[in-house]
Design a protein. Structure first.
Length: 465
């Protein structure tokens, strides 16, 4: 009889990818099936993120909510993984002694051993070490079409882990370790496997994905593959029709990667490139390692090879010492580049980071007002970008039915816009041409004008938000 696993994921796409791997791993080794509710679960896992303070506290709030389930079922296993686990370690057990297992992003593959050790010893198990890229050697093959994920047409592939940039505000280098890349052959094998299962779109993941430097196996002297070369190889994989990557860092956005946007025909015309601030003074305090002029040069180079390139970014508002002039510089950059979406947040002090020691005398009300201005500006630019797409024909990968209206299909454009349109559900997994008829700030509606790619025979129902 199979056991029941409930897993809740916090934070970024890297965590979503890790959670998928955890589900596959525990299904293969513990005969666990994923469920949508913690009630009745044999194991509850929280895969956490510590980028923002609120996310970290939410983990402990959720742990408190499942404590009653542990009292009703002493055999229930509760685990905390991810970056909060890596940062807090034994402190999680001290604060929530009913937690059984604590594991870091780099030790999720050791979950079966940690479960066994917990059962034998009766004591909580903690493993937040950094065994580099070892975890990929012990994870089962990607199961794009397991029962929980039937109908998926896109998939994440992690190509590197960690970060070596040590921005003054960020905990990632301390919770995920230094940058380590997977060998080229391993990444390609995973992509081929996913393509064989019917996946059409691949998103390459990494904390700094363009820092990828994967070993190329050869009888001769060892060489390394950069992201541009990896993209070129994936472009040749039969079945893969669209390629994305995230998240990039401006410091390593090379000319080779810029050129890849011209040469790799399956690569989308969308780049997410976090800038964080439009002020050189703030960027220096953040230890980002580039200037506004250097950032704008990257954008200019990308537009020279792809004039209709869409750009999104990250912004930290209210970083310690941010003046009105610094904020205005950010607003100016947003307008100059024309970002049409962003992840923007008020600065959150993270313990152990250099920025935590900086004096922060900006009133919270001012920070909130600045954040609202940024978000309203980008929302306005997004609405203009969407309206400019009305009348155009876009190539859409059909993801399935809309949750709000099952009679409608939905799918994304190259520039990551969700489009809704009428059509038969059996078009899921197709690429279709859709003429955009109406637009809002983020959503588009249209009508199919041509089918491009034949469907996979085993694609089943899927739903879009």
């Amino acid at each position: 009889m199979s056991k029941k696993l409930y897993i809740k994921t916090f934070g970024c796409q890297m965590n979503e990818y890790d959670s998928t791997k955890i589900v596959d791993l525990l299904r293969a080794t513990q005969s666990m099936d994923q469920i949508d509710n913690p009630d009745g679960a044999d194991m509850i896992l929280f895969n956490t993120c510590s980028i923002r303070e609120k996310a970290q506290e939410k983990v402990f709030h959720d742990l408190g909510r499942v404590r009653a389930l542990k009292k009703m079922n002493p055999d229930l296993l509760i685990g905390v993984g991810g970056c909060v686990a890596s940062q807090e370690g034994e402190n999680i057990i001290q604060r929530a002694p009913y937690v059984d297992i604590v594991f870091g992003p780099q030790t999720l593959h050791r979950l079966p051993q940690l479960i066994e050790a917990r059962k034998i010893s009766g004591k909580p198990q903690v493993d937040i070490s950094f065994p580099e890229i070892e975890k990929f050697d012990y994870l089962p093959e990607s199961l794009a079409y397991s029962d929980r994920r039937k109908g998926n047409v896109s998939a994440f592939v992690s190509i590197m882990e960690g970060c070596s940039k040590y921005c003054s505000f960020c905990v990632v280098p301390y919770t995920r370790g230094e940058e380590v890349s997977r060998p080229l052959r391993e990444v390609l094998m995973e992509v081929v496997s996913l393509a064989d299962q019917g996946i059409k779109e691949i998103t390459l993941l990494g904390q700094n994905v363009n820092a990828y430097s994967g070993a190329i196996e050869s009888e001769e002297e060892e060489s390394m593959a950069d992201l541009a070369l990896l993209l070129a190889y994936i472009n040749e994989v039969p079945g893969i029709e669209r390629i994305r990557y995230t998240t990039s860092h401006p410091r390593e956005f090379t000319q080779r990667l810029v050129d890849a946007h011209k040469k790799v025909n399956k690569l989308v015309n969308h780049v997410h490139l976090p800038v964080q601030s439009g002020s050189d003074r703030v960027l220096a305090a953040m230890k980002r390692g580039y200037t506004v002029l250097e950032y704008k040069s990257i954008i200019r180079n990308l537009r020279s090879v792809c004039p209709d390139m869409s750009f999104t970014s990250d912004f930290i508002i209210g970083f310690p010492g941010e003046t009105e002039a610094d904020f205005n510089a950010t607003m100016k950059l947003i307008e100059e580049i024309g970002f049409d979406d962003s992840f923007s947040f008020i600065y959150s002090q993270r313990p152990g980071t250099p920025a935590a020691d900086l004096p922060d005398d900006i009133p919270h009300k001012i920070k909130q007002e600045r954040l609202l201005k940024v978000q309203e500006k980008i929302k306005y630019q997004a609405s203009i970008a969407c309206k400019n797409m009305v009348g155009t024909i876009q190539r859409i990968l059909v993801e399935g039915s809309s949750r709000k209206n099952p009679k409608e299909l939905c799918g994304r454009t190259d520039n990551n816009r969700m489009v809704y349109f009428s059509g038969d559900l059996n078009k899921t997994g197709h690429f279709v041409d859709v003429k955009i008829t109406t637009a809002s700030s983020k959503l588009l509606r249209g009508e199919i004008v041509q089918s491009i790619v034949e469907p996979s025979s085993f694609i089943e129902h899927n739903f879009c938000h």
